[in-house]
Ligand binder design. Structure first.
Ligand SMILES: O=C(O)/C=C/C(=O)CC(=O)CC(=O)O
Ligand SMILES: [Ca+2]
Ligand SMILES: [Mg+2]
Length: 402
């Protein structure tokens, strides 16, 4: 592809999908190549008219509803269009600067998992100091909860500090802006190809239902969460906003970035037993920047549960998935203190504030703070770097409700 040097993290090995607009125009679906975007509706209208109806709207959902073989056909076609000299006169006028990015899919159901043993143990010690760090069920099944899909927002959306109830020292219950606003760096999976009620997705069939990968920041109000979550789990402490990166990187782009998950300590039931399957760990490196300083580098290969296991578990009771559903890995935390994916861990629940430049310290987020979570598959051997982009958000104060 002219203008995109070999090894560019958004070369033809990547080709993520997004929705962009310029000026007052409506969002249009694109594929990113280098630092520009290929207009998908225009390209399909000219070069693959039968695919045009799947990509002519503002969101990916019609494409997500098509079978995985169609996703692969479109990806191969785009790769050809971007490399084949003979179609250059058609393709070049359809390349444009990226412009403003939008949420590229209408989010159906949203599930958040809890798949890092390092995160789950650290949070367990903080929230439940008198119990084992990992709950008894943790290594038998990927724990998760259903989140609020309507508050999934695209990167760059300002995050209003939530108000709510919290219990303070001495047992008083009060209402006000969260004093423990946190982040959770996660990897998200966009579902395609629906299922029928009662028909689980088998581990071996997961690739037919996982369209692509994005980055997720599961903003979390720890004080609201700690008071509300017993016994039913996360609710208002997490439902106010969840940010996602604007680029959905197709699953096939990770073909040479698969890693073996950690050894399993507990024998897995057959619907979760992935020992005989190709590995589903992904070699993604995350980094979190707070106000311009990188504060932690969570490694995704350290996750205990894989995306395929999450999907198999999420549907094993017969629950359906639909095109546009989103499920997220849960906070990505590695074994080292500087690999934690939340401020709760980095500050030890506020007991050990961490340092930023200029003598500034933080335990939780203050108004005006900007968080950037970046993701990439690092280059290795002849594997070029694969960019996942970033998910950003600035915290803003919300007017008091009472
Ligand atoms: O262990 C708890 O009580 C709470 C855990 C979380 O808040 C984490 C969560 O949302 C799942 C995750 O991101 O890993
Ligand atoms: Ca989470
Ligand atoms: Mg959330």
């Amino acid at each position: 592809m002219p203008g995109v040097e070999a090894g560019h993290p958004y070369g033809v090995h990547n080709l993520p999908y997004g929705a962009v607009s310029t000026g007052a125009g409506d969002p249009r679906l694109v594929v990113r190549i280098g630092d520009v975007a290929l207009d998908l509706a225009g390209a399909c209208a000219r070069l693959a008219p039968d695919l045009a109806p799947l990509v002519s709207g503002p969101v990916l959902n019609p494409l997500l509803a098509a079978p995985a073989s169609t996703w692969r056909r479109l990806r191969e076609a785009v790769r050809t269009w971007l490399t084949d000299e003979s179609v250059r006169p058609v393709v070049e006028p359809l390349l444009a600067p990226i412009g403003r990015t939008h949420l590229p899919f209408a989010v159906g159901d949203y599930v958040d998992f809890y798949a890092s043993a390092h995160h789950a143990s650290a949070i367990g010690r903080i929230f439940r100091p008198d119990s084992p760090a990992l709950p008894e069920n943790w290594k038998h099944l990927p724990i998760g909860y259903h989140g609020r899909s309507g508050t999934v927002v695209v990167s760059g959306t300002p995050i209003a500090r939530p108000h709510g109830q919290r219990r303070v020292a001495g047992g008083t219950v009060e209402f006000g802006p969260s004093l423990r606003l946190d982040i959770e760096a996660e990897v998200g999976f966009v579902v395609g190809g629906g299922t029928r009620l009662g028909e689980p997705v088998a581990l071996a069939g997961a690739a037919e239902h996982i369209f692509g990968v994005c980055l997720v920041n599961d903003w979390s109000a720890r004080d609201l969460q700690a008071w509300e979550y017993v016994p039913l789990g996360p609710f208002l402490g997490k439902s106010f906003a969840t940010s996602v990166s604007p680029w959905v990187v197709p699953l096939e782009a990770f073909d040479n970035a698969r890693t073996a998950p950690p050894p399993r300590d507990v024998p897995l039931m057959s619907y979760l037993d992935d020992a005989a399957l190709p590995p589903w760990g992904l070699d993604i490196a995350l980094e979190i920047e707070l106000n311009g300083t990188v504060i932690t580098r969570p490694p995704f290969p350290s996750m205990y549960w894989t995306a395929a296991q999450m999907l198999a578990h999420m549907t094993v009771n017969g629950a359906t998935v639909r095109p546009g559903d989103l499920f997220a890995s849960g906070t990505v935390s590695g074994p080292e203190p500087d690999q934690a994916g939340s401020l709760m861990e980095l500050s030890q629940a506020g007991r050990s504030p961490f340092a930023l430049p200029g003598g500034v310290t933080r335990s939780f987020l203050e108004d005006g703070d900007e968080v950037v979570i970046r993701g990439r598959v690092p280059a290795a051997g002849d594997r070029p770097e694969l960019g996942l982009g970033e998910v950003t958000g600035v915290v803003v104060a919300k007017p008091a409700l009472q």
